[in-house]
Ligand binder design. Structure first.
Ligand code: KG4
Ligand code: ZN
Length: 359
C-alpha cells in the first residue's frame, strides 16, 4: 500500500486544529505538522464551553490554522491525497465550520473529502502513535464519552459498555467547578490531587463488581457536592484532599470496568489479540495511565496510550483517521451533512456511510 499525505481539520469542541500526517496503516504515521489553537481563554469566564463562542472562534481562526499546518509541513495543497475533517459528533456550529472548510479545499483542489467520526479518530490514534494492530480493546475516555469497545477494524466496533450518566471528563470538569477550579477541570484536578490524600474522603464507587462493562459517575459528583456543602469555605489542603479522593474513586471505577472488559475481550478474541488501548482527553492523566497499565499487565495484555498531546483533541488524529479510511477506499460525498450525534457502534454497523470506491 502506498504512503498517503492527508490534511486533517478538527473543530468539534473548543480546539481549532489542523495537521498534515503522512503514512499508511497500521502506522505509525509521521506528523509533518500539528497545530492546535485552544480557545480556553474565551470560555474560561463561563466555566465551560459556550457553543456560540466556539463556533465564532473557529470561523475566525481556522483559515490561518490550516495555512500554518500546510506551511509547517512544507506541503502544498496539490500534494495532498485527501482532505479530512471531523463531521461529528460534537457542537454542531463548530463541526459545520470545519467540514465546510474541508469541502471548499477539497473542491478547489479536486481532492477527495473524508468525513471523519471524531470518536473513530480517538480510537485509531494508537495506530498513528505506535502502529498498534487490530483487534484491540479500547477505553475511550473524553469530555463527552466513556465507553469500552472491541475495535476489530476501521468502522468495526463492538460496544462492551458505556456510561449510563456522565462522561468521565465531565465528572472531572463538574467536580473541579464544585471546588472552585477553572475549566477544564481534568488537568487541574490531576495537579491538585498530587498534594492531597486519596483516602481523606470516602466516595462511592458505582458499578464496581457489577456484571458487564457499564460505567456510572453521577453518584460520585453528588457525593462531592455534599462534602462541599457541608464544609462551607474550602481551604487549600481540603481541596487537595477532595481532588485526590475523587481521582482515586475514578481510578477504582475505571480499573474495575476495564478488568471486566479485558476478560470478555480475551474470551472473544483469544490469546493473540491481547492489546489494550486508552484514548481521549482523560487518558492524558498520568495516574489513570499508570492504573490502566497495571490492570492490563494483570490480565496479560499489552497497554498503549498516545502521548498526552494526542489524547486531547487535535488535527493529527483526524488526518490519520483520513489515511485509514482512504486506504480502504472510503471517501465521502461533498454533500455529507455534519452530525451532532454519531455513535461509533450502531449494532455492529460500520461508522459512517463512506462511498466505497476501488482502492
Ligand atoms: O478528548 P477531549 O480533548 O475532548 C472531547 O472530545 O471531549 O477531552 C476533553 C476532556 C475534558 O473533560 C478534560 O477535563 C479532560 O478531557 N482532561 C483530563 C486531563 N486532561 C484533559 N482529565 C483528567 N486528567 C487530565 N490530565
Ligand atoms: Zn475528543
Amino acid at each position: 500500500m502506498r504512503v498517503m499525505t492527508v490534511l486533517g481539520i478538527e473543530t468539534s469542541c473548543d480546539e481549532t486544529a489542523a495537521a498534515v500526517v503522512r503514512g499508511r496503516p497500521p502506522g505509525p504515521g509521521t506528523m509533518l505538522s500539528n497545530v492546535v489553537l485552544s480557545q480556553l481563554d474565551a470560555h474560561r469566564p463561563y466555566g465551560g464551553v459556550v457553543p456560540e463562542i466556539a463556533a465564532r472562534a473557529h470561523v475566525e481562526a481556522l483559515d490561518a490554522i490550516v495555512a500554518r499546518a500546510l506551511e509547517d509541513a512544507g506541503v502544498r495543497i496539490d500534494e495532498l491525497d485527501a482532505v479530512a475533517a471531523t463531521a461529528g459528533p460534537g457542537l454542531i456550529g463548530g463541526v459545520m465550520v470545519g467540514l465546510l472548510t474541508a469541502k471548499a479545499i477539497a473542491l478547489g483542489a479536486n481532492k477527495p473529502l473524508i468525513a471523519v467520526n471524531h470518536l473513530e479518530a480517538h480510537a485509531l490514534t494508537a495506530r498513528l502513535a505506535a502502529g498498534i494492530e487490530f483487534p484491540f480493546l479500547l477505553l475511550l475516555i473524553s469530555g463527552g464519552h466513556c465507553q469500552l469497545l472491541a475495535v476489530e477494524g476501521v468502522g468495526r466496533y463492538r460496544l462492551y459498555g458505556a456510561t449510563i450518566d456522565d462522561a468521565v471528563g465531565e465528572a472531572f470538569d463538574k467536580t473541579a467547578k464544585l471546588i472552585g477550579l477553572p475549566y477544564p477541570g481534568g488537568p487541574e484536578i490531576e495537579a491538585l490531587a498530587k498534594r492531597g490524600r486519596p483516602k481523606a474522603f470516602h466516595l462511592p464507587r458505582s458499578m464496581v463488581g457489577r456484571e458487564g462493562c457499564d460505567f456510572s459517575f453521577s453518584g460520585l459528583k453528588t457525593a462531592v457536592r455534599q462534602i462541599v456543602l457541608k464544609a462551607g469555605k474550602l481551604d487549600e489542603p481540603t481541596k487537595a484532599d477532595i481532588a485526590a479522593s475523587f481521582q482515586a474513586a475514578i481510578i477504582d471505577i475505571l480499573s474495575d470496568r476495564v478488568r471486566a472488559g479485558l476478560k470478555r475481550f480475551a474470551g472473544e478474541f483469544g490469546a493473540k489479540g491481547k492489546r489494550f488501548v486508552a484514548a481521549g482527553g482523560v487518558a492524558a492523566n498520568q495516574a489513570i495511565r499508570t492504573a490502566l497499565d497495571a490492570a492490563a499487565k494483570d490480565e496479560g495484555f499489552s497497554f498503549s496510550v498516545a502521548p498526552p498531546e494526542l489524547c486531547t483533541d487535535n488535527g493529527a488524529m483526524i488526518a490519520w483517521a483520513g489515511i485509514e479510511r482512504l486506504a480502504l477506499g472510503l471517501t465521502d460525498d461533498l454533500g455529507f451533512s455534519p452530525r451532532a450525534r454519531w455513535p461509533l457502534s450502531q449494532d455492529g454497523q460500520p461508522a459512517g456511510l463512506g462511498v466505497l470506491q476501488p482502492a
